[in-house]
Write a protein that binds this ligand. Sequence first.
Ligand SMILES: Cc1ncc(COP(=O)(O)O)c(C=O)c1O
Length: 389
Amino acid sequence: MTNKFWWHRPDLCYKKNKLHFSGRDVNKLASQISNPTFFYSGQRVISNLLRIKMALDDFLPNKTHQIYYAMKANRFSPILTFLKTNNLCGIDACSPNEVELALSCGFDPNEISFTACSLSKNDFIQLSNYDGLIMNCDSLHSIKSWGEVKPGSKIGIRINPEMGTGRTGNDKLQYAGHMVTKFGIYKEQFEAALNLVKKYNLTVNRIHFHTGCGYLDSELAHWKKILNESLWFINQCPSLEAINIGGGLGVPHTKFDKSLDLELWAKTLSNVYGKLGVQIEVEPGDYIVKDAGILLVEKTFLETKKNQTFVGVNAGFNLAPEPAYYSMPFEPVSLNNKNETQLVTVVGNINEALDVWYENIELPDLTDQNYIAIINSGAYSSSMSSVMV
Ligand SMILES: Cc1ncc(COP(=O)(O)O)c(C=O)c1O
């Protein structure tokens, strides 16, 4: 029975046909806590982080690497504080408010790597007050504005290598590629960028890029080409101390997905950058927290209309926007496993056509069940939600 469910793992599985998550019986949790609500597993967060760290330790010469957790994936303070306590990573922040939150959870400015777009003058002034903050500039505007408030400092430059990779080629998840995006400095802008660096007496000690989200093994060959493309920029920066390759590491969302081969991933990094003698930095969000969270929701109705059976739940895309915005499959899971199954479409409670959690999924018969768990809800859900739950 166990291998029927692609998402089964020791801390997320049916035991005696009851869903368990992080050692807890989810039916019991549902009877104790109002919903919709998110549950997170701190242990899963740490084991995800450790997997990345061990792969980098194994394949990078002299273990010269640093992980920054992309807090925009999940800013729940207990998670941030827990990460600080475990001391395995720094933070990737993308707004002054995120920096403030990370500081309040115990991180020092020099443990925070900052990359953002479209910052205002006041944002730059605020950021310049955090001595030690690792600043990555993503546009000519950003280099100029930072140079004005912090001349003589070290900066990273976020580049746009005009190649991107995201989950199964999903264009919506790409930050660079054939579409021109707001992210990073393009090749033809690089000379102007270096002129601004000179003008403000800055030093480029880091090249940064983040080209897409959710990549798995099938994307790794293309991802390697992106790393190679970055060398054009890297070779023009004689004071380089680090290369930050952003985040984007994906987790399985369907039975067709396989977990990312971190060994191959880290080997690829080593092959391309190993001889440069600089620190390799990575800032994953999804990979750290996505499968460490579930969203518990209540069934509101079960009704067949024409040839489709709909299951309604008391939560919609304002709680977890990725299925609606990015067509990301967020699989609904029954709290009780049964032999009888039903083909259903799970929909939310917002009066909008795109408020669909999952179309046509075979679930254990839900007729007399009250709750559903939506797995992989640990990232870009509560942090992008418009309501507090
Ligand atoms: C600059 C930057 N770094 C890291 C991340 C984290 O990406 P992911 O959660 O896909 O690992 C993002 C996400 O968009 C990003 O824009």
